[in-house]
Every structure is written in structure tokens, then in C-alpha cells.
Ligand binder design. Structure first.
Ligand SMILES: [Mn+2]
Length: 440
């Protein structure tokens, strides 16, 4: 990875002033020395490649680069073994100068550029260094620095694509392993163990906590305690990290017995059609991810009309967001060193200047809507869910009843959820589905 090149491009594109990039900090779990597993901040990793906690990079206005590191305490060696010193770490990412992290405050001025940290320890440290209250951080943060970082991280180069492909290959092995273990009578946690094994064997982290659930209608289901019944579908939404920390994000919905019932097959095919329509739209020159979302929702609406769950004029149905009863989320997000890449920078990532996220239910969860450019990597992940609480609410209100056949929906109330997700690279003449191809 060309870390020095990335830093010099950032220096060129960012506003005047010293640029501060903070690494993630160690977070205590129950006493100061017992820590949660450390996960590096993606922007710090993007510009340095380093995995050290409690470090910082300062790129001065004249291009001078300083790496701030806490020098290892010689007494710690009995607990940690030998660790690389500041000079070795700086050399690894071709940074010329080092300084002690404890002295960082002395290097910061009111003209230093930074993005507000999402970690409370770092918010507190930054406000102490700058001698301002934590409440003042949002108004003092540099949105232009954030935009310069977004512009660089949004376009993936060939090294990054290779990492993403490798992460998806490992994720394919995880899903195959889970599929081989899938059997009625087992617990979701049994399948989770099978899913994680190939990644643990390679000492790889997960990009996020995997979803392994028979209750796919709970979009981010976090438990693994259900017993798998013969007519269940298992939603597996997971992604391994590559060696350099790039994230896969793949979802497959698998029938417990290896074959869907006729009714579930119809719904599965509806989601698959929506996904293929979304992927086809990513190939259209200058398309926006908003259009990708609508293309998928149109295909889903058509399929649900054919099943008898929806009805009415398709354009009006789409304009009113009637399909959000079945798919209340957006079609996808950027993917890179974060699974929801750069989400800590807010809607500057997914929405072009002058455009705003819709407040319509469903569209309000569309994280990425802007025009797609070559080098962008994003997910296309439609779903179809029968969420009893949402069905009850919409049924009671007869909400958008011109477009929804509530009598039919009532019979599908316990159908739960389906999602299919792949990772897409936008190219100069279309798009490709990354990875080795995972059956769906
Ligand atoms: Mn995703």
C-alpha cells in the first residue's frame, strides 16, 4: 500500500493548516489493564498502515510528517514481549519524524485540522489538548478535511481491490462451512461456530458481528440462541477482514433442509430479482446509488405484485414507498476499511453537496445515494421481510392500502426474512461483482 502517496494527496487536497489524524485508543473492559479487543481507526490505518493504539499522525502545512507514539515502557516487556519502537513504526510507513504521544497537545493550535472523533476517550483527550469543552468539538471540526479524506478513501486502487477480493474469498469459505453444518435441530450458535472457524484459523477478525439467524425479519439480529426447524431459512450476513483490514460484507439466505418450500422459493426469487436488477443498474454509466435502490425496489414491487402481496400502479407505489413495508432499509453502502465505509463522516460520504437524505420511511435508511464513480466499492443487498409489528401498524392504519393487499400479507405474517448481498466494484465501463462467486 502506498501510504506516503496517500498522505501527500491528502496534503494537496486538504485546506491549509496542520492535519491531525488520530489512531483508535485502547478501551478498558473492567479495569484499566483488561482491554476490549483493539480495532484500529480506518482513516489512521489508511494513511499509515499501522495498528498501534493511542498514536497520531500530524501532517504539517509544509508537508512535514510526525508520528506520535507512546514509547514502550521497558518494564512492560515481561507482559507484552518486545514491541517495535517509534522509529521502527515510523520507518514502516515512511514517516520521517517521531514524537511522544504524551506531548501531542503542544503541537496543536486553533488552526489544526481534525475530524471529530467518535470515541469518547479521544473526544475528551482532544478537548483537553485544545483547551476547549467537548461540546465545542462538532463546530470546530473541519468538514473540508473530512471531505478530502472521503474523496481519497472512496476510490479504491488495485491493491485495495486485491485485499477486498481476498476478504470475500475467505468469507465464501466461511459461508460454505456454515452451510455444511446447517441441519434442522441445531442451534444458530452451532452454525456461527462453523462460520467463524475458517477465519479464526487464519487469525482474521470479522468486519462486524455476524448475523446468523432464523429470524431474518429482525434486520440486525444479534442473538444466536434459536433452534433451527426444518422449514426455517437461515440469514447469514457476515464478512471477514483481509490481512490489511479490508472488509467483506456478504449475505446469503439458506433453507435448513437445502431446499425452499414453494412459497418461500417465490419470495427468495423476488429478492434475487431485486438484487440482479440493482446490480444491473450499477453498470449504467453515471448512475446514482439512488437509482440502484429504486431499480431493486421496482423489481421487488413487481415480484410482490405477481405473488399478490402488492397491487396498483408501480410508479405511484414506488413514489409512495409502499415497498418499504417489505424492505425498510437502503440498498447498500460503501465498503472498504470499514464495513459501512466512512460512516463516521456522516452523509458527506453518501450524498453529493446540495442533496439530502429523504425523510420517507425506507429511503431515510439509504446511506449511499450519490453518483457512482469508477473505483467505488459498494454493497447491493435487497431483502424482503415480514416484520409482525410493522405489518400490524400499517394494517391498522390501512397505510398505502391502494398498493398493499393486507389480506394476503396477513397470511405471510410469520414468513420472517430474506436478504441477499454482494460487493460490487464500479469500473470505467460498468461494474463487477467482487470475489470468487458465491452461490445464491
Ligand atoms: Mn451490508
Amino acid at each position: 500500500m502506498d501510504y506516503a502517496g496517500r498522505r501527500s494527496r491528502l496534503r494537496k487536497n486538504a485546506p491549509q493548516g496542520d492535519i491531525l489524524i488520530l489512531s483508535a485508543s485502547n478501551v478498558p473492559r473492567n479495569y484499566p489493564a483488561e482491554l476490549y479487543p483493539f480495532h484500529q481507526d480506518a482513516t489512521f490505518r489508511y494513511f499509515t498502515g499501522l495498528k498501534e493504539p493511542d498514536a497520531a499522525l500530524l501532517i504539517r502545512d509544509d508537508g512535514t510528517e510526525i508520528l506520535f507514539i507512546t514509547p514502550p515502557d521497558p518494564d512492560d516487556v515481561i507482559w507484552t514481549g518486545p514491541v517495535p519502537g517509534p522509529e521502527m513504526l515510523a520507518a514502516r510507513s515512511a514517516i520521517r519524524y517521531t514524537a511522544n504521544y504524551a506531548d501531542l497537545g503542544r503541537y496543536l493550535t486553533e488552526n489544526t485540522l481534525w475530524v471529530e472523533p467518535y470515541d469518547f476517550q479521544l473526544k475528551l483527550r482532544l478537548s483537553t489538548w485544545l483547551k476547549i469543552s467537548p461540546d465545542q468539538l462538532p463546530s470546530r471540526a473541519s468538514r473540508d478535511l473530512g471531505r478530502a479524506i472521503i474523496a481519497l478513501r472512496s476510490v479504491k486502487d488495485s491493491d485495495e481491490i486485491a485485499e477486498l477480493n481476498e476478504a470475500i474469498s475467505l468469507t465464501k469459505r466461511m459461508i460454505s462451512n456454515a452451510q455444511a453444518a446447517l441441519e434442522p435441530g441445531r442451534l444458530e450458535s452451532d452454525i456461527l461456530a462453523a462460520l467463524l472457524a475458517p477465519a479464526i484459523a487464519k487469525e482474521r477478525d470479522q468486519a462486524f458481528n455476524p448475523i446468523v439467524t432464523t429470524h431474518g425479519e429482525t434486520l440486525h439480529n444479534s442473538g444466536y440462541g434459536h433452534k433451527i426447524d426444518a422449514d426455517d431459512m437461515l440469514v447469514i450476513d457476515c464478512g471477514a477482514e483481509s490481512v490489511e483490514g479490508y472488509c467483506a460484507d456478504i449475505t446469503r439466505t439458506l433453507p435448513a433442509l437445502g431446499r425452499f418450500s414453494a412459497q418461500k422459493q417465490e419470495l427468495y426469487d423476488a429478492v434475487l430479482k431485486a438484487q440482479l436488477a440493482g446490480i444491473a443498474q450499477t453498470k449504467v454509466p453515471q448512475t446514482t446509488q439512488y437509482d440502484v435502490h429504486i431499480a431493486a425496489c421496482r423489481a421487488l414491487t413487481e415480484a410482490l405484485q405477481a405473488i399478490g402481496l402488492m397491487r396498483g400502479n408501480i410508479d405511484d407505489s414506488l413514489a409512495n414507498g409502499a415497498h418499504a413495508l417489505f424492505m425498510p432499509h437502503g440498498i447498500g453502502h460503501m465498503l472498504g476499511l470499514d464495513a459501512h465505509d466512512m460512516e463516521n463522516y456522516g452523509d458527506d460520504v453518501g450524498y453529493a453537496p446540495g442533496t439530502k437524505r429523504s425523510t420517507q420511511f425506507g429511503l431515510d435508511a439509504l446511506r449511499l445515494a450519490r453518483a457512482l464513480e469508477p473505483g467505488f466499492v459498494l454493497t447491493v443487498e435487497p431483502g424482503c421481510y415480514f416484520i409482525p409489528e410493522l405489518i400490524d401498524r400499517w394494517t391498522a392504519a390501512k397505510h398505502l392500502a391502494d398498493f398493499i393487499n393486507y389480506d394476503a400479507v396477513a397470511k405471510y405474517r410469520d414468513m420472517r426474512g430474506i436478504r441477499i448481498e454482494d460487493d460490487i466494484l464500479i469500473t470505467t465501463n460498468g461494474s463487477i461483482v467482487l470475489g470468487p462467486g458465491i452461490a445464491k
